[in-house]
Write a protein that binds this ligand. Structure first.
Ligand code: GLV
Ligand code: MN
Length: 195
């Protein structure tokens, strides 16, 4: 989904003082072999929240070599029952490979149709660009999924934190009317997302 490249590569200069769409390149003379390799072998720490999951990105900020190449990955780790909560990527379609666990993958279309399946190692899924989706490890052990994106920076909009954890907070009169609940319910959810 990203624009086409005009050169073989453009390893991002993340500290450049100019601001463009993406990042300027570091000089080719300063590019090393190591720039093109990135380690996603480490298990993320999953037990720091009730979600019991962890996303390790290999997007342009973590892996500057993908700058201008229209591609990136994540490693997602799940404890037993771990959830990567409903979210969407405004700039990319996502494709994922289950490496460990039994992973319930679901997404909802713009017609509000829910599609889902439980996947086991070796199976892959695709999430069309922009649609809200999640993965939940429904197995008893750990789960591991590697995801890939047709953007160097797919962006992530997490449904819960977008609505209930923004700074400054979205007004209660909007949320109570939208969800047809009273202030107490909205305040209770907001309190869990720091808004
Ligand atoms: C999974 O949905 C991911 O965004 O890596
Ligand atoms: Mn995703």
């Amino acid at each position: 989904a990203d624009p086409d490249s005009l050169q073989d590569f453009c390893v991002a200069d993340l500290n450049a003082s100019i601001s463009i769409n993406g990042f300027p390149c570091i000089p080719a003379s300063k590019v090393n072999a190591s720039d093109f390799f990135f380690d996603l072998s480490k298990e993320g720490v999953t037990n720091t929240s009730n979600l019991n999951s962890s996303v390790t990105p290999a997007n342009v900020l973590a892996f500057p070599a993908v700058n201008t190449l229209g591609i990136s990955m994540n490693r997602v780790d799940y404890g037993p029952g771990g959830l990567n909560p409903p979210h969407s990527h405004p700039r990319a379609t996502e494709m994922g490979l289950v490496v460990e666990g039994s992973i319930l993958v679901g997404f909802v279309t713009t017609s509000n149709v829910y599609y889902s399946k439980v996947l086991t190692p070796g199976e892959v899924f695709v999430i069309p660009r922009g649609l809200v989706h999640f993965q939940k490890n429904v197995g008893n052990g750990k789960g591991i999924v590697f995801t890939s994106f047709n953007s160097q920076m797919p962006g992530v909009v997490i449904s819960s934190t977008t609505l209930f954890g923004s700074q400054p907070p979205m007004p209660n009169e909007v949320l109570t009317q939208a969800f047809q609940v009273d202030d107490a319910v909205v305040n209770s959810i907001k309190s869990k997302f720091g808004s």
